[in-house]
Write a protein that binds this ligand. Structure first.
Ligand SMILES: *Cc1c(COP(=O)(O)O)cnc(C)c1O
Length: 359
């Protein structure tokens, strides 16, 4: 078997144990004589997968019965639209924070439907960052407040979440399940799966039930959260196989010791990389140190030529996906839950080697 270290921002690396478990049962699911992807989404085998996935998410994050855990489709991008469709009709206003590329996309989509107040804006700043809590203003009677907990492209992350009067809504696509936090602070949390949860194709939504019930009823049933709550995410055929892998990933997370253990591991991995960057005059971090992401470590080299050579030389050492997003350039090492510490150690020693050759 041949496995590289995959630092891609998403789809991204998955725990090897999860892939092997899925492989073992791919053709004949626990003696059923068929694959879980061929089985009915209303059958017994899939039902057990679906329920365990929900239970694992509830346990890992401490989600109370006031909230529904939903598996939807359409990615985080779909949620950029679905949130304002549900909560921003009829001339309502929502507060959005602009912290970078993903927040900006969420804002653009909401503006098609209702009024958006950008209540903190550091989206174009370099070094990159997210807003400080003290910068946030608020609109009286806002329908909700939207934040992007981790800016995957710029490598900046909220370290603490704002206490808001209006329901707090967060795009957690690239840091969900990477650290513990209090779900009760939020009205709605959403995440595309392909960074920290599983393969692309399923979108996790955790929504306060009373909030879902308040949504506009003038929109099609499929786009209402309430529809999916009433049908336990089985209103139509769900993405069964991605949900199956998500179930295995969450089972794996529990076996690792849950989110507290994961957060410690993630801090250690990120510290290795940031110390290497800070100890060198050759590499420079893209984000302000206070807001540095534990998931996406972004940095620059002295020139674009060197950055190109770095990505190429890393590839030859079986480290892939290090090229920064096309919109910002530079280097990005995505070190989600499933990236082993050994991968980060390999990258750090390669960085030292590359600097001594080119620095
Ligand atoms: C990847 C990402 C998205 C887009 O997710 P899709 O599933 O492709 O729609 C949105 N927000 C953040 C923070 C992301 O990292």
């Amino acid at each position: 078997m041949h496995r590289i270290y995959n630092f891609s921002a998403g789809p991204s690396t998955l725990p090897l144990e999860v892939l092997q478990e899925a492989q073992e049962h791919l053709v004949d699911y626990h003696g059923a004589g068929l694959s879980i992807m061929e089985d009915s989404h209303r059958g017994k085998a899939y039902d057990a997968v679906h329920e365990e996935a929900i239970t694992n998410i509830r346990e890992l994050l401490g989600v109370s019965d006031d909230y529904a855990v939903l598996f939807l489709t359409g990615g985080a991008t779909g949620q950029f639209a679905m949130i304002p469709m549900n909560f921003l009709q009829d001339g309502k206003t929502a507060d959005y924070t602009n912290s970078g590329a993903w927040a900006a996309k969420a804002i653009k989509e909401a503006q098609r439907i209702g009024n958006v107040n950008v209540v903190a804006d550091c989206g174009k700043e370099i070094p990159t960052r997210v807003p400080a809590l003290s910068e946030l203003t608020h609109t009286d009677g806002a329908a909700y407040v939207h934040i992007t907990s981790n800016e995957t492209i710029s490598g900046a992350q909220w370290q603490e979440f704002p206490a808001t009067e209006a329901p707090l809504v967060a795009d957690m696509s690239s840091d969900i399940l990477s650290r513990p936090f209090d779900v009760n602070q939020f009205g709605l949390i959403y995440a595309g799966a392909q960074k920290n949860l599983g393969p692309a194709g399923v979108t996790l939504v955790i929504i306060r039930k009373d909030l879902a019930a308040r949504a506009s009823d003038s929109i099609p049933a499929f786009y209402r959260y309430q529809t999916h709550i009433e049908n336990n995410s089985l209103y139509n055929t769900p993405p069964c196989f991605p949900i199956y892998i998500l179930m295995l990933v969450t089972r794996w997370l529990k076996a690792q010791g849950g989110l507290q253990a994961m957060a410690e591991m993630n801090r250690r991995k990120a510290a290795l990389l940031y110390s290497a960057i800070d100890a060198s005059a050759f590499y420079s971090g893209t984000a302000l140190p206070t807001y540095r992401s534990l998931m996406n470590v972004t940095f620059r080299l002295p020139s674009e030529e060197l950055e190109k050579a770095f990505v190429q030389a890393a590839k030859e050492r079986e480290m892939a996906g290090l090229k920064g997003h096309r919109s910002v350039g530079g280097i990005r090492a995505s070190i989600y839950n499933a990236m082993p510490a050994a991968g980060v150690e390999a990258l750090v020693s390669f960085m030292k080697e590359f600097e001594s050759e080119h620095g």
